[in-house]
Design a protein. Structure first.
Ligand code: FAD
Length: 606
C-alpha cells in the first residue's frame, strides 16, 4: 500500500474535475487528480451540442431569462438561488474558456456563435433564443482538451488509470480516498484535507443509454455507502434522440438546426404535443411524446422508434412554412453536424443527408446525486449540514440546479460553474485546515470486499446480473412509471443484490489490469444507483419533469416542492440486505419566486 498526501484530491478528470483542479491550483493548493480513465477519455469529451450562456451575441439575451428557462425546464424543482448563479456565472465562464484558447465557432464579425436548443427562450418563454455556444458538434471535446492543457500548465498532479473504490472518513469529516492502480492492482491511499468527487453519471443502469461504459456511478456509490444520502435520484433524464437499438446520442443541435421528428405516417407529431415550440420542447416532453406515438402504433414499421429528419429538403420546407428566411444545404450540415454524420454512417449505415435517422429515447443524464450547496460542499441532511472536507461537482452532484429535468447545454455549464466554485472553496479551506488523521488500516474493509470478488466462484456471471438490472430498469423505471412496475423492479433488484453477494463468479484472478474484477465491483455500484433510483421514484407520488407516473399524473406543488434524500440505514458499506430511509424535508429554494411572480410554479404550456 502506498500513501500519497495532497491538500486537495479530485476524483474524476471530466469537465467538473478539471475545472475544480484548475481553480484549486490557481488558489495555491497542492492538487492531485485521480481518474480511472485517461483524462481526455472522460465522457465530457462526448458532449456534442453546446454550452449555454446568455451572451446575447446574435439576439438579445439575459441571464435572468436563462435562469427562468432552467427553473421552468426543471419543472420548478430546481433551487432558484443555484439556477441564478448558474446563469450569471455562465457568461464569465464562457469568456474565460475562450481566453484559455477554446476554439468556439464564430459569427462573421468574430464573436462566439450561438444556436438554438430545446427549452432556451427569450423574455420568459416568449420565443426561442440562440444561447448554445459551440465548437462544431465537438464542444465537450474542446472543453476537455482546453482544461487539461491548463491543468498541466498549472502543475496539477495526475494519477491516471487509478480506480477509486472507497472514501476515507474520520468521524464526520472526509480525509481521503482509496484507489486501485489498474496496471498493478496495488492499493493507494490518498490523504487529503479536501476531496472532491467529479465522477460523472450512471447511465449504465439502463439498457439503452447514451453513456460510456465507464459511467457506473462509482463515486456516488462509495460516498453513499459511507453515510452520505443521495438527492433526487428519481429524476433521470431520457434524451429523445438516441440511435435506435444502440442508444448512442444524437445531439439536440440537430433539431436546433431545423431537424424534425416524424412518425410512420410522416406526421410531425410534436405539433400535437407542444404546439408552440414543437420539436424543441424540453427533453422529458419529447421523450414522452415519442413513447406515446410508439405505444399507439405509429412507430416506424410498427417498431419502437421514430424518424429524425435533417435532410435539407425537409428542413427547408418546414422553415419556409414557418415563414423563416433561413435555408440549409448539404455543406451546411457537413460543417455544423460533422460528428452526427459520422456517427450515423459508422454505427448504423444511415446517411442523414439522404435518409431520415431512426431514433428512440436513451438514458442520458442524472439530475440527482450527491447533495451539495452552491459552493460544491457536500451536505448530509435536509438542514444542509456541511460534511467537512467533502465536495462534489458535475453530473455526480445534485446542487440542485436542474431540478426534475435538465435543459440541454446546462450540464456543461454546471461543470464549469460549480467545478470552479468548488475549486475556489477548497483552495480557501485548505489554507487554514489541518490534515486530519487517516483511519487505522484504511484499506482493510475495501481489500476484504475485493478479495471476496476475486475469489468468488458462484454460478452467476456479472454480465447476466447487469443485463437483468438494465432490462428491469428500462421496463419499469424509465420514461413512464407505475407503482406496480416500480415494485417489480425493486423486488428484482433485491434478488440481484442477493446473487451479487452470494453467487457471482469472475474469470480473471490476477492483479494486473484486471478489468474483469473492476467490472464486478462496478456492478455493485450500479445496483446501489438502481435501487436508490427505484425507491426514490416509488416514494414520489406525483409526476414532475422526468419522473412521469401513470398512476399520479398531476404535478403536486402543495406536497412535493421538496427534494428527496435517501439514506442507507446501515454502517456496513457491503451490507447484503440494506434498508433505506427517505426524507422529504428539504424544501426547494424559491428565492426568485419570492420577488418575481414569473418564478412561481405554473403549469407548463408547450
Ligand atoms: C453523448 C453525450 C452527449 C452530451 N452532450 C451534452 C451537451 O451537448 N451539452 C451539455 O451540457 N451536456 C451534454 N452531455 C452531458 C454532459 O456531457 C455530462 O453530464 C458531463 O460531461 C459530465 O461531466 P463530469 O465532469 O461530471 O463527468 P465525466 O466527464 O463523465 O467524467 C467522469 C470522470 O470520473 C472518472 N471516474 C469515474 N469513476 C471513477 C473512479 N471510480 N475512480 C476514479 N475516477 C473515476 C472518470 O475517469 C472521468 O474522468 C452529454 C452527455 C453525453 C453522454
Amino acid at each position: 500500500m502506498q500513501i500519497h498526501k495532497h491538500e486537495v484530491v479530485i476524483i474524476g478528470a471530466g469537465g467538473a474535475g478539471l475545472m475544480a483542479a484548475l481553480y484549486a491550483s490557481r488558489g495555491g493548493a497542492d492538487v492531485a487528480v485521480v481518474s480511472k480513465l485517461y483524462p481526455t477519455r472522460s465522457h465530457t469529451g462526448a458532449a456534442l451540442g453546446g454550452i449555454g450562456a446568455a451572451l446575447g451575441n446574435l439576439e438579445e439575451d439575459k441571464p435572468i431569462w436563462h435562469a427562468f428557462d432552467t427553473v421552468k425546464g426543471g419543472d420548478y424543482l430546481a433551487d432558484q438561488d443555484a439556477a441564478l448563479i448558474l446563469a450569471e456565472n455562465a457568461v464569465d465562464a464562457i469568456v474565460e474558456l475562450e481566453h484559455m484558447g477554446l476554439p468556439f465557432d464564430r459569427t462573421p464579425d468574430g464573436r462566439i456563435s450561438q444556436r438554438r436548443f430545446g427549452g432556451h427562450t427569450s423574455n420568459f418563454g416568449e420565443k426561442p433564443v440562440r444561447r448554445a455556444c459551440h465548437a462544431a458538434d465537438r464542444t465537450g471535446h474542446m472543453i476537455l482538451q482546453t482544461l487539461y492543457q491548463q491543468c498541466i500548465k498549472n502543475n496539477v498532479n495526475f494519477f491516471d488509470e487509478y480506480h477509486v473504490v472507497d472514501v476515507l472518513m474520520n468521524g464526520d469529516a472526509c480525509v481521503g480516498a482509496v484507489a486501485i492502480q489498474l496496471s498493478t492492482g496495488e492499493y493507494h491511499v490518498f490523504h487529503a484535507k479536501a476531496v472532491l468527487f467529479a465522477t460523472g453519471g450512471w447511465g449504465r443502469v439502463w439498457q439503452i443509454t447514451s453513456n460510456a461504459h465507464s459511467l457506473t456511478g462509482d463515486g456516488a456509490a462509495v460516498v453513499f455507502r459511507r453515510g452520505i444520502p443521495m438527492e433526487d435520484m428519481e429524476f433521470y433524464q431520457f434524451h429523445p434522440t438516441g440511435l435506435y437499438g444502440l442508444g448512442v446520442l444524437l445531439t439536440e443541435g440537430i433539431r436546433g438546426e431545423g431537424g424534425i421528428l416524424l412518425n410512420r405516417n410522416g406526421e410531425r407529431f410534436m405539433e400535437k404535443y407542444a404546439p408552440k415550440i414543437k420539436d424543441l420542447a424540453s427533453r422529458d416532453v419529447v421523450s414522452r411524446s415519442i413513447y406515446l406515438e410508439v405505444r399507439d402504433g405509429r412507430g416506424i414499421n410498427g417498431r419502437n422508434y421514430v424518424h429524425l429528419d435533417i435532410r435539407p429538403q425537409t428542413v427547408n420546407r418546414y422553415l419556409a412554412e414557418a415563414g423563416e428566411t433561413r435555408r440549409i444545404d448539404d455543406d451546411y450540415i457537413r460543417k455544423n453536424l460533422a460528428e452526427t454524420l459520422d456517427v450515423c454512417r459508422t454505427y448504423i449505415g444511415v446517411d442523414p443527408l439522404t435518409e431520415p435517422i431512426p431514433i428512440q429515447p436513451t438514458a442520458h443524464y442524472s439530475m440527482g446525486g450527491i447533495p451539495t450547496n452552491i459552493d460544491a460542499e457536500v451536505i448530509r441532511d435536509a438542514a444542509g449540514t456541511v460534511v467537512r472536507g467533502l465536495y462534489a461537482a458535475g453530473e455526480v452532484a445534485c446542487v440542485s440546479v436542474h431540478g426534475a429535468n435538465r435543459l440541454g447545454t446546462n450540464s456543461l455549464v454546471d461543470l464549469v460553474v460549480f467545478g470552479r466554485r468548488g475549486g475556489m472553496k477548497m483552495a480557501e479551506f485548505v489554507k487554514t485546515a489541518e490534515f486530519l488523521p487517516l483511519p487505522n488500516n484504511p484499506t482493510e474493509q475495501i481489500q476484504a470486499e475485493f478479495e471476496r470478488l476475486r475469489k468468488s466462484n458462484g454460478k452467476t456471471r456479472v454480465h447476466e446480473l447487469r443485463t437483468r438490472m438494465q432490462k428491469v430498469m428500462m421496463d419499469h423505471v424509465s420514461v413512464f412509471r407505475t407503482e406496480e412496475g416500480m415494485n417489480t423492479a425493486i423486488a428484482e433488484l433485491k434478488e440481484l443484490r442477493h446473487l451479487y453477494m452470494t453467487d457471482i463468479c469472475i474469470d480473471d484472478r490476477g492483479t494486473k489490469y484486471n478489468t474483469d474484477l473492476m467490472e464486478a465491483w462496478e456492478l455493485g455500484c450500479l445496483l446501489d444507483m438502481a435501487e436508490s433510483t427505484a425507491l426514490s421514484a416509488v416514494n414520489r407520488k406525483e409526476s414532475r419533469g422526468a419522473h412521469s407516473r401513470e398512476d399520479y399524473k398531476a404535478r403536486d406543488d402543495v406536497n412535493w416542492l421538496v427534494h428527496t434524500l435517501i439514506h442507507r440505514n446501515t454502517d456496513d458499506p457491503y451490507d447484503a440486505n440494506p434498508t433505506y430511509t427517505i426524507d422529504t424535508n428539504r424544501k426547494v429554494n424559491m428565492s426568485l419566486a419570492d420577488v418575481d411572480e414569473r418564478f412561481v410554479p405554473k403549469e407548463r404550456v408547450y
